[in-house]
Design a protein around this ligand. Structure first.
Ligand code: FAD
Length: 458
């Protein structure tokens, strides 16, 4: 049987762009369907615009601290439309770059949403396309629970295009997207409350990191409300659909907010894909089920990235795409290593983490020790800021290997990337000790941990 394409990719996001352009450059005839902007979530409504907003919002605290360094900042004001529109211009520039990358690699771009007809055929805008292999790389979308008034909230998607900023906002959720947006809004001068129904933010992170970060968020001005759930939301004035929202909490309290952002998780983007037409099996939340070679229940169909509901990060989707290419072209079975993936939360302060948390090490029954310190970073010593940083290192007692590094503080994302290399390479505590620190930095704490920093564990 001959097909129009060797490979048809559905979704030109982080994973889809990488897979399609590398496959095309290696000789495959490739088409990619994209229903929205090129680059996917990360470029358009995720990592990139979010980080630009974080940069923008950090000036809010920066101006306050600058006074202690001699800077006068009276009359400073912030114009949301400038940040939003400059961000959009930058994203459009990136969309163009992605278009060129695909074009130069010889990938055919088909604009529109694709759905399955059968195991080798998809349909886009009423036209069918056949391919020997089909790759599902459609990502995920925000999940907003069912409740009265859920049409009055926004998701992270809308945050990048708000007409104006409210004076007071409520962010609902406890994951990284929730704490990042709470930090952005707070830094931009919005009175921000962060409500989470659990008893601590950032489930899955190291418990000390969670507790420490939560305290720092409060110090930075965010009104963190734990064990807090929303019952319903209504318009304060039904005549003003864009006006204030009246939020009724489950404890009986009610409060007005100009904006309510729900950052309560993401689910695979599979609703309109017609997976059943090709008998592709899905699991929890609609995630496409794959084997270790990214193959679905149908041998001609593959899936990677957020749609598989594994670790939802851009570099993971990209590395998965490269592993799949090796599988197709070199016949190497994929053995994707999901351990020791460094990651950052761009909250304020930021979090960087790689390897095991103390709780994970404990659950695995490891014999390990923990070095931990928290301190006032030099940058904050001249100002009245009470902001502190936390650093934590887990070491396996059996072989002296560092098995986890965690940080809350400025530049945590930048610092943890380097530690990720060391931990991936199997560095021991002795290797860390033998490394000369860069002085004066916060990062040098990671190579100067002595016995006095040993944490007493139960
Ligand atoms: P995506 O990049 O989501 O791409 C999927 C593409 O498929 C989209 O362009 C979509 O339009 C398209 N599509 C969907 N259905 C169809 C269809 N039927 N036909 C055609 N096209 C279709 N990750 C990090 O590593 N660092 C971060 O700091 C970070 N910050 C984030 C912040 C936010 C607010 C969000 C929402 C996500 C963030 N992420 C971050 C996660 C990151 O964006 C995702 O992990 C990554 O984009 C997943 O890549 P993907 O290829 O699986 O899917």
């Amino acid at each position: 049987m001959t097909y129009q394409y060797d490979l048809f990719v559905i979704g030109a996001g982080s994973g889809g762009v990488r897979a399609s352009r590398v496959a095309a450059s290696k000789g495959y005839k490739v088409a990619v369907a994209e229903g929205s902007a090129l680059g996917g979530t990360c470029v358009n409504i995720g990592c990139v615009p979010k980080k630009l907003f974080v940069y923008g919002s950090e000036y809010g605290h920066g101006f306050e601290e600058a006074a202690a360094y001699g800077w006068q900042h009276q009359g400073v004001s912030f114009d949301w439309s400038v940040l939003r529109d400059n961000k959009t211009k930058e994203i459009e520039r990136l969309n163009g770059i992605y278009g060129n990358l695909l074009n130069n690699a010889g990938v055919e771009l088909i604009k529109g949403y694709a759905s399955f007809v059968d195991a080798h055929t998809v349909e886009v805008n009423g036209q069918t396309y056949t391919a020997e292999r089909i790759l599902i790389a459609v990502g995920a979308k925000p999940f907003i629970p069912e409740f009265e008034g859920n049409d009055l909230v926004v998701s992270s998607n809308e945050m990048f295009y708000l007409d104006s900023l409210p004076s007071k906002a409520l962010v609902v959720g406890g994951g990284y997207i929730a704490v990042e947006f709470a930090g952005i809004l707070n830094g931009l001068g919005v009175k921000t409350a962060l409500a989470y129904r659990g008893d601590q933010l950032l489930r899955g992170f190291d418990q000390d990191v969670r507790n420490f970060a939560s305290v720092e968020y409060v110090k930075s001005g965010i009104d963190v409300r734990l064990n807090t759930d929303i019952a319903s939301i209504e318009l304060l004035d039904p005549q003003q659909p864009e006006g204030a929202r009246l939020v009724h909490f489950k404890d009986g309290q009610s409060e007005e907010f100009g904006l309510v952002l729900y950052a309560t998780g993401r689910v695979p983007n599979v609703d309109t894909l017609g997976l059943d037409k090709a008998n592709i099996i899905t699991g929890k939340n609609g995630a496409v089920v794959i084997d270790s070679n990214f193959t679905t229940s149908v041998p001609s169909v593959f899936a990677l990235g957020d749609v598989t509901d594994n670790i939802q990060l851009t570099p993971v989707a990209i590395k998965e795409a490269m592993a799949l290419i090796d599988y197709w072209f070199d016949g190497k079975p994929v053995n994707f290593d999901y351990d020791n993936i460094p990651t950052a939360v761009f909250s304020q302060p930021a979090i960087g983490t790689v390897g095991l948390t103390e709780q994970e090490a404990q659950t695995r029954g490891l014999d390990f020790r923990v070095y931990q310190t928290d301190f006032r970073p030099m940058k904050h010593t001249l100002s009245a800021s009470t902001s502190r940083s936390l650093m934590k290192l887990l070491v396996n007692n059996e072989n002296d290997k560092v098995i986890g590094a965690h940080m809350v503080g400025d530049y945590a994302g930048e610092i943890i990337q380097g530690l990720g290399v060391a931990i991936k390479a199997g560095a021991t505590k002795a290797d860390f000790d033998a490394t000369v620190g860069v002085h004066p930095t916060s990062a040098e704490e990671f190579v100067t941990f002595s016995e006095t920093a040993l944490k007493k564990r139960d």
